[in-house]
Ligand binder design. Structure first.
Ligand code: SF4
Length: 97
């Protein structure tokens, strides 16, 4: 097998306090984001289970890195955070450099 690509290490979480519920992320990456009954977006674990605790992180599947990063860049609530798992540095989202 090939070496793990750096983007395999990315994780993503949503700050539901700022989510507008517009659904852009759910459209871009439905395997990663989903609405709960409260109308806010949450991330899902690799098995597709909604992670409902605030700030819960999930791994970004390698094939969806671009979709998840685009979601963070275009999220109207500025509330999608994509971070490197190794050091927690935000690579896309409101706190990215
Ligand atoms: S794109 Fe941002 S504001 Fe819109 S539903 Fe997703 S997390 Fe919420």
């Amino acid at each position: 097998m090939s070496a793990q690509a750096p983007e395999d290490d990315l994780q993503v979480w949503v700050d539901q306090d700022l989510c507008t519920g517009d659904g852009l992320c759910v459209q871009y990456a439905p395997e990663v984001f989903e609405f709960d009954i409260d109308g806010l977006a949450y991330v899902k674990d690799p098995g597709g289970e909604l992670l409902q605790s605030p700030g819960a992180r999930t791994a970004v599947p390698g094939r969806l890195v671009l979709e998840v990063i685009d979601s963070a860049k275009e999220c109207p609530g500025d509330c999608i955070h994509v971070v490197r798992g190794s050091d927690g540095v935000e690579v896309a989202g409101p706190e990215a450099a």
